[in-house]
Write a protein that binds this ligand. Structure first.
Ligand code: GAR
Length: 196
């Protein structure tokens, strides 16, 4: 059985979708939910599901990313995960951390990569007049929102969409895509998934 650590920064709705999917014949189980702030709402949701939680606050390390990543690595490694899932983890990770988890760390990003790396993806897709938008799960490499694509989920953009309405539609797709990709990835299958 593979062990999965999930790193979050906020409400953790993707974390919940991942954790809830890891039951029965699923080849993995959650071993840790870690947030970079004690305020992250997802911590309580993880605790309610009986998943161990931890906080590694980035703020005491402000200006020293290497020190933050060293502490982060120590706490994550102590839980002996086989796979690390970034699920709305809003800290940029450098080679110092990424290199140690290479091939074992995946991320979900709210756009159809390679389009719209970084933040504000929904507003940028609307501004560009896209007819469709979506989300991507990819292996994490040191380059931001880059790395081999493991799955993409597409949603239509509607004429009356706002960034919020579009984000909500994409988030629903994220909750389908990320568990589907993790299930395959945990079984050693990196064939990309395309939804719907
Ligand atoms: C999700 O939409 C995720 O794709 C995005 O943050 C949100 C987290 O929501 N991630 C990024 O933007 C990473 N750059 P959640 O906490 O409810 O899962």
């Amino acid at each position: 059985m593979k062990r999965v650590a999930i790193l979050i920064s906020g409400g953790g709705s993707n974390m919940v979708a991942l954790a809830q999917s890891m039951t029965g014949a699923h080849p993995a189980r959650p071993c840790l939910v870690l947030a970079n702030s004690a305020d992250a709402g997802g911590l309580q949701r993880a605790a309610d599901m009986g998943v161990p939680t931890a906080v590694v606050d980035h703020r005491p390390h402000r200006g020293d990313r290497a020190a933050f990543e060293e502490e982060l690595h120590g706490v994550v490694a102590a839980h002996r995960p086989d796979i690390v899932c970034l699920a709305g983890f809003m800290r940029v990770l450098t080679e110092g951390f990424v290199g140690r988890w290479r091939g074992r760390m995946i991320n979900i990003h709210p756009s159809l990569l390679p389009k719209y790396r970084g933040l504000g993806t929904h507003a940028r897709a609307l501004h560009a007049g896209e007819a469709e938008h979506g989300c991507t799960v990819h292996e994490v490499t040191p380059a931001l929102d880059d790395g081999p694509i493991l799955g993409q989920g597409r949603v239509p953009v509607r004429a009356d969409d706002t960034p919020d309405s579009l984000a909500a539609r994409v988030l629903e797709m994220e909750h389908r895509l990320y568990p589907a990709v993790l299930r395959r990835f945990a079984a050693g299958d990196r064939t990309p998934i395309h939804l719907p």
